[in-house]
Design a protein around this ligand. Structure first.
Ligand code: GLU
Length: 307
């Protein structure tokens, strides 16, 4: 399958930032916020914010408000109302129903341990060995719901990382859309929301590059429009780990917002003059919107930074 971009050039640009409220905003997510914001603002487009709290066990109470407050203090104004995934269960269930009608789903009884014992490694964890693909083994109860990937190859052109091609069946395997704990999988929620919000352009971290073919496949199954993608390099520490709450990345310093934005601009390989680092926040944004140049960003999945 080839992802044809359904969004014409003249359609109004709608971008988004979709943080997971698993902790305060840190440098890694700030980079995605700044990249998506500048791309939208420079094109005279809209920039929406969506709180991705679908993975409830990982949600930290208060983190969503904290992230939104930090964005405000950093001078990043979003358009429209913030959408919160935990309030969108009906839309996700409807999408699941549509997939079921298309006959691409099947219940799976396998536990993580069973899969780990028999599966091969793909590019992202184990490739599901297909035990339940033709029906549940006798006496086993369904746990999760998977989508079939038999014979599916997805190719798309990423504006930063180039052409990405994945053989879903071999690289990823049949993947879960409805989890054993009853939650909708991120891969499904994200495409339902992007379509629901009319997002035309997705700018986010390259840690999601390998998820994109799954998302494109689901968009195609559901007949949803294909957004354009640009995956930014991800900030990693000296050990190559993504900066996150788990790797103890420090929270953004809202006392020095201009400094933080300049730091993100430099990470995104923009040529920021020395003087700008000591300018006020308004001036930094004025400069950034006028000079933002996505073509400066190199096609790297990660860039090392001091944590
Ligand atoms: N919620 C995801 C994250 O914080 C981002 C998802 C996306 O941008 O598609 O990593």
């Amino acid at each position: 399958m080839n992802a044809a971009s359904d969004h014409s050039r003249h359609e109004p640009y709608r971008g988004r930032f979709a943080p997971s409220p698993t902790g305060p905003l840190h440098f890694g997510s700030l980079v995605a916020a700044v990249g998506s914001y500048l791309e939208a603002r420079q094109r005279g487009g809209q920039w929406l914010v969506r709180i991705e709290d679908i993975d409830t066990p990982r949600v930290i109470p208060g983190a969503a408000d904290d992230i939104l407050r930090t964005l405000e203090l950093l001078g990043m104004q979003w358009d429209e109302t913030v959408i919160v995934q935990s309030q969108r269960g009906d839309a996700y269930r409807l999408a699941l129903e549509r997939l079921r009608e298309r006959g691409v789903l099947y219940p799976c009884a396998c536990t993580r341990r069973e899969i780990a014992d028999s599966a091969l490694h793909g590019i992202e964890g184990f490739v599901y060995p297909g035990v339940c693909r033709d029906g549940l083994p006798a006496g086993r109860a369904p746990r999760a719901t998977r989508v079939r990937t038999t014979g599916i190859q997805v190719s798309f052109k990423d504006a930063i990382q180039g052409t990405i091609t994945q053989n879903l069946e071999h690289d990823i395997g049949d993947f879960v859309v409805w989890r054993a704990d009853g939650l909708i999988a991120y891969q499904l929620a994200v495409i339902v929301d992007d379509a629901g919000q009319g997002i035309t352009d997705i700018v986010r971290g390259a840690d999601l590059l390998d998820s994109t073919p799954r998302q494109i496949y689901l968009q195609q199954l559901l007949g949803l429009p294909a957004p354009r993608y640009a995956h930014l390099p991800v900030a990693v520490n000296e050990r190559g780990e993504k900066l996150s709450k788990q790797t103890l990345a420090r929270a953004i310093d809202t006392q020095h917002p201009a400094f933080e934005i300049v730091r993100a601009l430099r990470f995104l390989e923009q040529t920021v003059a020395e003087e700008l680092a000591s300018a006020g926040l308004r001036e930094v944004w004025r400069w950034a919107v006028a000079h933002w140049d996505r073509s400066r960003i190199s096609a790297r999945r990660t860039i090392r930074v001091a944590a």
